[in-house]
Ligand binder design. Structure first.
Ligand SMILES: *Cc1c(COP(=O)(O)O)cnc(C)c1O
Length: 380
């Protein structure tokens, strides 16, 4: 370890988006990347052309981007209000903060709340790993609790952790709605528990998959000065390459987020793309219905394998486990490896497998390749 580097960083490893990419190189030429929950559909080419024109004609590359994201924030606020049907308590542009992906906003929230030993965070595993990873890089303690077999947060353990953690106290609770990797939306009881949390705890509700689930707590934000909703353009809006996420919260919270971020965190091109995507949202979001239909078909097809426990999902991915964990501990890793060899990349997480819902052709290939993987498993 370099002598000038913080000692706690020695235990950390860099985030790898495709962690299993070294074991079992794909042999097929068609690679289906179903491990990171993006949309299977690129931006339509007419929109790419429009965007290229915007780039040509309006972006001066020698100039810094709009560091206040004014136009983008207005467009986001309008979309949020429309999609939540908010007439009362509508979200204003000053209640939006924009990040270089919602990952950046997660980091800004951590910087604004827990640094200097002032706070710990609470997460319920399995959940999105980035909260814990980013907290660790900042030296912020991460308190974890578990979930029930239906993936509801163990609220008794969570409540106890909140009441007893003192070194330092829990300042932020992170939840995903619907959760990744398990696909379940927050239940009424979980939302009630979040409502019951004291005002000195920030509640971050990450709605990265909102467009698929159509479940949101945005309507409650006006009553909840300690809640933040995170959203992203990386999933339903098909802009993962351009890294745009946003937070929705009270102006007091967004003001702080603006203080701690880098001044030009979002390139002009990314801002232009997000604005165009919002203008064209009715076209872009048309395919959500198709992805949800595909999710249903894929769920049903997977359910045919009695050895798999297939979890209902409100998002664009499906989390599967084995129905008899003890007897088949090797099954899921073998299936994932075999799928990878045949060209379908999925994610192994917390003892289960997460499969992104792809295009109809990709999903057919997933099922065919899985069939082959099961034949191999049975021949072993
Ligand atoms: C994909 C995802 C995000 C999006 O991250 P970006 O940095 O905006 O690409 C955020 N939260 C969760 C839970 C996700 O799954």
């Amino acid at each position: 370890m370099l002598p000038f580097i913080r000692s706690d960083l020695a235990q950390l490893t860099a985030y790898t988006p495709h962690p299993n990419s070294t074991d079992g190189k794909p042999i097929e030429s068609v690679i289906d990347r179903l491990d990171t929950n993006e949309s299977p559909f690129d931006l339509p080419s007419e929109l790419k052309q429009k965007l290229a024109l915007v780039y040509q004609e309006t972006i001066e590359t020698n100039r810094y981007p709009d560091g206040g994201h004014a136009t983008l924030k207005e467009a986001i606020a309008e979309y949020v209000n429309e999609s939540a049907n908010l007439t009362q308590g509508a979200i204003a542009p000053n209640q939006i903060s924009v990040g270089n992906g919602s990952d950046e906003l997660i980091r800004s929230l951590l910087i604004a709340t827990c640094l200097r030993g002032e706070g710990s965070i609470l997460v319920a595993n399995p959940t999105f790993s980035m909260y814990g990873i980013l907290a660790q890089t900042l030296g912020i303690p991460v308190v974890t609790v578990g979930r029930t077999s239906e993936f509801e947060i163990d609220s008794v353990a969570a409540q106890t952790a909140i009441e007893t953690t003192r070194t330092p106290p829990i300042r932020v609770v992170f939840v995903v709605h619907p959760n990744s990797p398990t696909g379940n939306a927050l239940t009424t009881a979980e939302i009630a528990w979040l409502r019951s949390l004291p005002q000195d705890i920030l509640v971050v509700i990450d709605e990265a998959y909102f467009e698929f689930s159509q479940t949101s707590v945005v309507g409650e934000l006006s009553q909840k000065p300690n809640w933040v909703v995170l959203r992203t353009f990386s999933k339903a809006f098909r802009l993962a390459a351009l890294r745009v996420g946003y937070a929705i919260a009270s102006p007091e919270i967004t003001t702080v987020l603006e203080k701690v971020r880098l001044p030009y965190n979002l390139p002009s091109f990314s801002q232009a793309a997000a604005i165009l995507a919002l203008q064209q949202r009715h076209l872009l979001l048309q395919l959500i219905a198709l992805i949800c239909e595909e999710r249903t078909k894929l769920t049903q097809a997977l359910t045919q394998y009695s050895v798999l426990k297939v979890n209902e999902s409100a998002a664009n991915f499906i989390y599967i486990q084995t129905s008899h964990q003890a007897q088949h501990s090797e099954l899921l890793p073998k299936l994932a490896q075999q799928l990878r060899c045949s060209g379908t990349i999925i994610r192994s997480l917390n003892g289960g497998l997460r499969i992104t819902v792809g295009s109809p052709a990709e999903n057919l290939r997933t099922l065919e390749r899985l069939q082959v993987a099961f034949v191999k498993w049975n021949e072993r």
